[in-house]
Design a binder for this molecule. Structure first.
Ligand code: URA
Length: 434
């Protein structure tokens, strides 16, 4: 097949056939098509889109470019959960052990943070000794024995996505719904679960700023999953302010542990109340939200969810004592507070801007390979819409040194304002009906 014909077809708004998509992915992974030609095709897709069928075929070709996990040895319905990312998003750390404690086998592969967004794998690495790379056999054995494992993506998982994502990153083609949907779903399908609960974020701290676009992305990902025979659910959440109080790797794990002990910020609790029941219902353990949430509450109040987290940490060579002693987490050298300069209501103008603070502190990545400092971060004492008085502490900054703390303080002050009128609260979360 002549690749130039494929580029020209998409350039002229044509529909690519399954065979053309397969040929493109297989030959690109084999190193037979140069990046400059694939860049041209990506740009044609960016400009002219793909219909649902093309997006599905692209996803499957990418998923099948590497290993497809076979989780059939693990009894029960395997449920995965995926978030399109955000700032302070520690939801996976909380919902996975709760689901596991409710009897849902949870074989979860997560990613690292990039830019202003955090990643679950970095967060877990804040636990001393914790290993996020298990081979496939050990991963499956751990889920079978303990009900729950959380690791980084293996190198054989959807290798086509790795190549294409790197190319999209440098060709201005990341923000394209069919490319995002196929990228995410190829990895999810290759990870082998039976059901997926998607959390699609929108707002100033999300990939999709626009709520309508977030719904469109969710719809397309659900369509792909259903065509692939998976049980799909999608939840749309607001990311116009960071989730919870903590942002930064160690601090977020501590906030997640507190949630498993029963203490949560109200926005985190709202997200838990929607996502956990969806996971429990998808896993066939309850048939309505009220019963599912009752199960989850019991798993938390009895301490079983926390024990599931402890068991997972120990199984993956981490020090489970962190659960009882937060001083075992990496500690930042400097703590600096930011205070309100006037009375009023706090308004978050730019959630990504707050995420940027953590990057400036050394806790987030600019390039994929970069090492990060797991100790640094922010504790937001005041959330969007909170009434504050002059002198109140709005934020605690945990930094490596005074200079970086000051840079983060300046960035924070650009991202928020204190206003006279109470800002409107965003609708945090809703389930997308199929
Ligand atoms: N996350 C992914 O895995 N891929 C994208 O394209 C965007 C977000």
């Amino acid at each position: 097949m002549n690749f130039i014909n494929i580029i020209e077809k998409k350039r002229d708004k044509g529909k690519l056939a399954k065979e053309e998509i397969r040929d493109f992915i297989n030959r690109y992974v084999a190193g037979e098509i140069p990046d400059y030609q694939v860049s041209a095709l990506l740009m044609a897709i960016y400009l002219n889109g793909c219909d649902d069928e093309e997006t599905y075929e692209l996803t499957m070709a990418m998923a099948e470019s590497g290993d497809i996990m076979d989780l059939s040895e693990i009894p029960g319905i395997k449920v995965d959960k995926h978030s399109t990312g955000g700032v302070g998003d520690k939801v996976t750390l909380i919902v996975a052990p709760v689901a596991a404690a409710c009897g849902i086998p949870t074989a979860k592969m997560s990613g690292r943070g990039l830019g202003f967004t955090g990643g679950t794998i970095d967060k877990l690495e804040a636990i001393p000794g914790f290993s996020t790379s298990l081979d496939e056999k050990d991963f499956i054995a751990q889920v079978k024995n303990t009900g729950y494992a959380l690791i980084g993506q293996t190198k054989d998982l959807a290798p086509a996505d790795k190549l294409l994502y790197a190319l999209r990153d440098v060709t201005g083609t990341v923000g394209c719904i069919p490319l995002i949907a196929s990228s995410i779903m190829s990895k999810k399908i290759a990870a082998g679960s039976d059901a997926i609960v998607l959390e699609v974020t929108h707002g100033t701290g999300a990939f999709m700023r626009d709520e309508e676009k977030a719904c469109e992305l969710a719809r397309i990902m659900m369509d792909i999953g259903k065509r692939a025979g998976l049980n799909m659910k999608a939840v749309i959440t607001d990311m116009n302010e960071p989730l919870g109080h903590a942002i930064g790797n160690s601090l977020e794990v501590i906030e997640a542990i507190e949630a498993l002990k029963g203490t949560t910020a109200s926005d985190v609790s709202e997200v838990m109340k929607v996502i956990i029941p969806e996971m429990i219902m998808a896993g066939g353990k309850a048939d309505n939200k009220a019963d599912a949430w009752k199960m989850a509450e019991e798993a938390i109040s009895s301490g079983r969810a926390l024990e599931a987290f402890r068991t997972m940490i120990a199984a993956q060579h981490g020090n489970p004592d962190v659960i009882d002693d937060y001083s075992l987490f990496p500690k930042a050298a400097v703590k600096k507070e930011v205070h309100a300069e006037r009375n009023g209501y706090l308004r978050v103008k730019d959630c990504a801007g707050i995420g940027e603070c953590v990057k400036l502190l050394g806790g987030g990545r600019i390039t994929k390979e970069q090492a990060i400092d797991l100790s640094v971060g922010l504790e937001m004492s005041a959330k969007n819409g909170d009434k504050v008085s002059k002198g109140d502490c709005l934020l605690e900054i945990y930094a490596r040194n005074d200079n970086e703390a000051e840079t983060a303080r300046m960035q924070y002050l650009k991202s928020v304002e204190i206003i006279d009128e109470e800002p409107e609260k965003n609708v945090l979360i809703y389930t997308l009906n199929d």
